[in-house]
Design a protein around this ligand. Structure first.
Ligand SMILES: C[S@@+](CC[C@H](N)C(=O)[O-])C[C@H]1O[C@@H](n2cnc3c(N)ncnc32)[C@H](O)[C@@H]1O
Length: 640
């Protein structure tokens, strides 16, 4: 999932790392085929005035009913709420010592909350999701379709704006009117029309008045808020759909000064996007004062999730009020994923799943991470304060440990122990095992500072100039490694991840044994770094392991000819295939947890399982070949 700061999209290091929203800057460039290109005119989306005549095609999906269930899973019969007293006892006994938790009245809303969960309120965290019955690791705790979802601008031409599926070989079809959004097919277009009939017009107007091509498409936050407001206008103030959005927490009264400017900018952009010229124009959207708009924006930034691809690339943002009850922990017991399970019909995508990462006992709170939990504490805390306005008190943030793996150096005497990363304030650092002192403190501090700067630059260049971004990562990884940072440490882990993404992206055009082996070494380092930080079954760790296995399985160069060759990583010949197989089997086990057992580990889980089956056959051939050769040799000896 992800709550997150509004910043440019990059692959989520933590699913939960919050909204990675693009700004109103990029435009759709690709010239894919238009939706309905060549089809009869009547099937095309209308250029749209404010309201589409009821008899005009395309026929749209029915509007959500008063229960707000349209397009979502059928409501599960909600179990009778347990009495408030029971809830208090349950939560009080196993969550926060001596803390009272009271049952939150949902007033007929949130009907998709499964009977295994309840919403309780504590003084520390406000409302949160609590388990009413035991939940096992890998259990899909809740599965819903968000109220609204939009793609980041850079992905508009790569994913369907309705179901969020990636473009298939046949490509996506573009809306011929706004030329901005793309769909798998007409079914997806029709389903999205309920939103797009307003959006199409607004996008065209926005593009006409844009000062440059770069800003001809509004950012995802603006487009998402547009959909929320059109939904509000359509559903009406008394609808469950609107009430659920209004129930989301607003931090308006305690907004951080650092957020003032971005919120004001967003508010202005939304007003322009809606084409409103006076305060009266905003009333149909339930905005009766400037304060209402500020409230909406605060609610939006506090509760937005990152929409991710099946392999966790952040591709957009979404609003899902029931999921938004989930509070944060830097050591979460659940994650939010978009697995694209085999049994989920396209019409119910994007399907957002809350999955248990470990067993959760009745009465325990279900918590997700809003930020990238591979980041060191000061960076996590900063983001949590800026975007969500709280100071995390989870164990990871409060318990003193000799060394946090996110900020660690190898022992200078190479005893195998680690030392805490020195800081400007505290530059005395010793190995926790042999007590050897770190002597090159200035060099380490410099490397970390330069590494962070290079990471920021490379991240911003990742899509616009990948070659330059790769130059940064290629140059900086050895500097950070030489300074002694462990693979789990920041910014080395993040740099390794980015380097891997860039390497994989460039593989198809520059495939050679050398580039493949280099990508495998990077994947192995990244995976090793994650193993030290994330629990088994975490989807990020599982996907990384699957990526390593698949790279190893690309081909197996001939067996080594000498000892030096034989000890190289990655290995060649059958040992390489064996390593690929082992990595994929482990990845599959972890994917089943991170993306849900009922989802067969999601799309990636099924993909990895298929790769395992293929490798089993290949290894079978190798093993049979070896067995036959041995038997032939034995036979030859006997015959002699
Ligand atoms: C997405 S909402 C979560 C649900 C929220 N507690 C509610 O009552 O609606 C995010 C807000 O919840 C609160 N919150 C979430 N996790 C927290 C935590 N670990 N400690 C303190 N407050 C937390 C913060 O106020 C944050 O801005």
């Amino acid at each position: 999932m992800s709550f997150g700061k509004l910043k440019s999209a990059r692959k989520a290091r933590d699913l939960h790392s919050f909204v990675k929203s693009d700004t109103a800057s990029e435009s759709s460039k690709s010239e894919e085929a238009d939706v309905n290109a060549g089809a009869s005119h009547e099937l095309q989306p209308s250029p749209l005035a404010a309201e589409e005549p009821a008899n005009k095609k395309p026929r749209l999906d029915p509007l959500p009913d008063e229960a707000g269930t349209s397009g979502q899973q059928p409501a599960q019969p909600a179990e009778k709420p347990s009495s408030p007293e029971q809830s208090i006892a349950a939560a009080g006994s196993s969550t926060h010592a001596k803390e009272k938790a009271k049952l939150v009245a949902l007033h007929g809303c949130h009907r998709l909350l499964p009977s295994s969960l309840e919403i309780l309120e504590t003084s520390r965290h406000g409302r949160g999701i609590f388990a009413k019955s035991a939940l096992q690791a890998g259990a899909v705790i809740m599965s819903i379709v968000p109220h609204v979802s939009v793609l980041s601008t850079q992905y508009l031409d790569q994913y369907c704006s309705s179901c969020a599926a990636p473009a298939q070989e046949a490509g996506l079809k573009r809306c011929p009117k706004c030329k901005t959004v793309y769909y798998c097919n007409q079914e997806c277009q029709n389903k999205d029309w309920v939103w797009h009939k307003h959006e199409c017009n607004a996008l065209q107007k926005w593009a006409t008045s844009a000062p440059s091509q770069e800003v001809s498409v509004p950012g995802d936050a603006v487009r998402c808020l547009g959909r929320i407001l059109w939904g509000t206008q359509r559903e009406g103030p008394d609808s469950t759909w609107v009430k659920e959005i209004q129930m989301m927490q607003s931090n308006r009264s305690s907004l951080q000064p650092s957020s003032f400017e971005s919120h004001a900018h967003l508010a202005h952009s939304v007003v322009r996007y809606l084409g409103a010229n006076s305060p009266g124009d905003l009333e149909p959207y339930g905005l009766n004062s400037a304060g209402d708009l500020v409230d909406l924006i605060s609610r939006f930034t506090t509760n937005t999730f990152t929409l991710t691809s099946v392999s966790l690339t952040p591709i957009g943002i979404c609003i899902a009020p029931t999921m938004a009850f989930a509070n944060h922990s830097c050591d979460p017991n659940a994650v939010i994923v978009f697995p694209r399970a085999p049994n989920t019909p396209r019409s119910r995508e994007p399907s957002m799943n809350l999955v248990a990462l470990r067993d959760i006992a009745p009465g325990k709170e279900v918590r997700i991470a809003y930020v990238d939990t591979t980041l060191p504490k000061h960076l996590r805390q900063r983001e949590l304060k800026e975007t969500y306005n709280f100071t995390c008190q989870c164990k990871l943030c409060t318990r003193a440990v000799p060394v946090d793996a996110r900020e660690a150096l190898w022992c200078p005497k190479q005893c195998g122990g680690t030392c805490p990363l020195p800081t400007e304030e505290n530059n005395l650092s010793r190995c926790v095992k042999c007590k050897a002192a770190v002597t090159n403190v200035d060099a380490v501090l410099d490397a970390v500072r330069v590494g962070q700067e290079a990471l920021d630059k490379a991240t911003s260049l990742q899509f616009i100039d990948p070659a330059k971004a790769k130059q940064y990562t290629t140059n900086l990884i050895p500097i950070l490694t030489t300074a002694g940072l462990t693979p789990s440490s920041h910014p080395l882990l993040a740099m390794t991840h980015l380097h891997l993404e860039l390497a994989i992206a460039s593989l198809p055009s520059s495939m050679s044994q050398g580039s493949l082996d280099e990508a495998i070494r990077t994947a192995a380092k990244y995976s090793a770094g994650l193993q030290g930080l994330l629990p088994k079954g975490h989807p990020i760790r599982a996907v990384a392991l699957g990526e390593l296995g698949k790279l190893l399985a690309v081909d197996e160069p001939s067996p080594p000819t000498d000892q030096a060759e034989a000890s190289k990583f990655p290995p060649s010949g059958p040992p390489r295939l064996k390593l690929a197989y082992e990595s994929l089997v482990r990845a599959h086990e972890e994917l089943l947890i991170g993306f849900g057992k009922a989802n067969q580990g999601g799309h990636v889980g099924r993909d990895v399982r298929d790769a395992v089956v293929r490798l089993e056959k290949e290894l079978g051939v190798w093993n049979t070949g070896i067995k036959n050769t041995l038997e032939d040799t034995l036979l030859a000896q006997r015959t002699k």
